[in-house]
Design a binder for this molecule. Structure first.
Ligand SMILES: CC(=O)CC(=O)SCCNC(=O)CCNC(=O)[C@H](O)C(C)(C)COP(=O)(O)OP(=O)(O)OC[C@H]1O[C@@H](n2cnc3c(N)ncnc32)[C@H](O)[C@@H]1OP(=O)(O)O
Ligand SMILES: NC(=O)C1=CN([C@@H]2O[C@H](COP(=O)(O)OP(=O)(O)OC[C@H]3O[C@@H](n4cnc5c(N)ncnc54)[C@H](O)[C@@H]3O)[C@@H](O)[C@H]2O)C=CC1
Length: 279
């Protein structure tokens, strides 16, 4: 199976690494060379760390890197068997890219989206192959996190679902099936918690460090919610809250103005060097 990953950002690079480590040929595509290069560099750095730690031989490193080709040319999707889309969380952009892929890819190619919260049925409706479109939601950092949520849209076939389920297991991940619903399972629980932490910070109830220490030591979370927001990307967290708020129309999902302010300032978290913390 030959795979294309669309978007070489936080998730796309991680997913391409996972796919290549499992032995698959992967094409990593972004819109500009500098984004592709950044993604390839991140993968190289991650794998080099594993070599330093003695978890990977130099030979394996070369093999894995040799399976990853970077490109800005979407046309290279023409002979792949699966596309995993990990571009930014904007419905209009996702629909545009799925429509283009539908015209380029061979008919049997499956189109999967790594969307955090958006409707798979709506994305699928932009194509003439909605039965071959589904959600394949990895978690950050993709090389470390074991879960993949698998989401069927209204038209996704059992055959498509089962192919992706088998692949998920071959990638060394644990799949869970989730019905289509805003935020699916994990993000519907996790991102409102992050949003609430941002409110607590905004209201001056506690400092960022103390909020995170509280949740690490008081709830045994591996990192605090604000450090997690910086890892995910505050823009991604805001997109998820906006989707939950718009879809459910319930005020309990109102996005925290502090997150909006940070996003407007370009302080998106680790990927921009500044978010709730400075890196
Ligand atoms: C928004 C969405 O749509 C969905 C989401 O993704 S929600 C976010 C889900 N993710 C989480 O909740 C992550 C919570 N945090 C954690 O689990 C941990 O803090 C963490 C795994 C990120 C880091 O773990 P840590 O113990 O604090 O740090 P550290 O010791 O540096 O890392 C542990 C291991 O992960 C690896 N690692 C850490 N970050 C990594 C990255 N970005 N890429 C690859 N590997 C990474 C390290 O190399 C290390 O590997 P070894 O055990 O083999 O040495
Ligand atoms: N950051 C996270 O923790 C997680 C994010 N997601 C989802 O994954 C997707 C990507 O998120 P991130 O990697 O965090 O975003 P990011 O902002 O780090 O990367 C997005 C990348 O997509 C590229 N891009 C934009 N338009 C493109 C196009 N038309 N074709 C190819 N590339 C394009 C951008 O140049 C950028 O490099 C989003 O849908 C997000 O909701 C899912 C799981 C976790």
């Amino acid at each position: 199976m030959k795979i294309m990953v669309l978007g070489a950002g936080t998730m796309g690079a991680g997913i391409a690494q996972v796919v290549a480590q499992a032995g698959y040929e992967v094409i990593l595509r972004d819109i500009e060379d500098r984004f592709v290069d950044k993604g390839l560099k991140t993968i190289g750095k991650n794998l080099a760390r594993s070599v330093e730690k003695g978890q990977l031989t130099q030979e394996k490193f070369d093999e894995i890197m040799g399976r990853i080709a970077g490109t800005t040319d979407l046309q290279m999707a023409e002979d792949v068997d699966l596309v995993i889309e990990a571009i930014i969380e904007k419905m209009e952009l996702k629909k545009e890219i799925f429509k283009a892929l539908d015209q380029i890819c061979k008919p049997e190619c499956i189109l999967a989206s790594n969307t955090s919260a958006l409707s798979i049925s709506e994305i699928a409706a932009a194509t003439k192959r909605p039965e071959k479109v589904m959600g394949m939601h990895f978690f950050n950092p993709a090389p470390v996190m074991k879960l993949v949520e698998l989401i069927k849209g209204a038209s996704t076939s059992d055959e498509t679902f089962n192919t992706i389920k088998e692949l998920t297991v071959k990638l060394g991940k644990t799949p869970v099936a989730v019905e289509e619903a805003p935020g699916f399972c994990v993000n519907r629980i996790l991102v409102p918690m992050i949003n609430e932490a941002a409110y607590i910070l905004m209201e001056g109830v506690a400092s960022a460090e103390d909020i995170d220490t509280a949740m690490k030591l008081g709830a045994n979370h591996p990192i605090g919610p604000l450090a997690l927001a910086d890892l995910i990307g505050i823009d991604v967290c805001l997109f998820v809250m906006e989707t939950l708020y718009a879809e459910f129309g319930d005020s309990k999902y109102r996005p925290c103005p502090l997150m909006r302010k940070l996003v407007r300032a370009g302080h998106l978290g680790r990927k921009t060097g500044k978010g709730f913390y400075t890196y």
